[in-house]
Design a protein around this ligand. Structure first.
Ligand SMILES: [Zn+2]
Length: 154
């Protein structure tokens, strides 16, 4: 069972992003590739665009001996972060870009907001040492289309 889960964790889910990068061990143990249903359909496209624009992107690292398990999909019983974190809806990702600081990534996204809004990013967490993006609903006056990504404080 454990071997199977570790094998799946290293298998690509889309492009070169692996199952382990997007899901913690307990989720892969529960339903294997059935976990795909937990992730918003726009997330793969956003991650591939990030990688294509900025370079290698790191999300979870548990399957490679690292400390991160909950930077992609985050189960409801996990106490890390906010109770209704977008991670718990499969609409939030924490990541690092190789060779760039979080602030440099935020600045680059800020400069090209139309592109990233079209990909589905609605919010980015500001002033933290990692990058958090999500696809939460952002209420605009009269529900007109969102024109800018919301940079929010913790
Ligand atoms: Zn986050």
């Amino acid at each position: 069972m454990m071997d199977e889960v570790m094998k799946l964790a290293h298998e690509p889910m889309f492009s070169n992003f692996t199952w382990g990068e997007l899901f913690p061990m307990e989720i892969l143990m529960g339903d294997g590739k059935g976990a795909a249903l937990l992730l918003d359909n726009r997330i793969p496209w956003i991650l591939m665009a990030l990688r294509n624009n900025f370079g290698p992107v790191t999300i979870n690292t548990w399957h490679n001996g690292g400390q991160f398990s909950y930077r992609g999909y985050r189960p409801w019983n996990v106490k890390v972060g906010k109770p209704f974190s977008q991670h718990k809806f499969g609409r939030g990702i924490d990541f690092d870009v190789k060779g760039m600081t979080a602030e440099e990534v935020r600045e680059a996204i800020k400069k090209d907001q139309k592109f990233w809004l079209e990909k589905g990013i609605t919010r980015i967490e500001d002033k933290v040492s990692w990058n958090h993006l999500d696809l939460a609903m952002v209420k605009t006056p009269f529900m007109e289309p969102q024109k800018q990504i919301v940079f929010f404080g913790a």
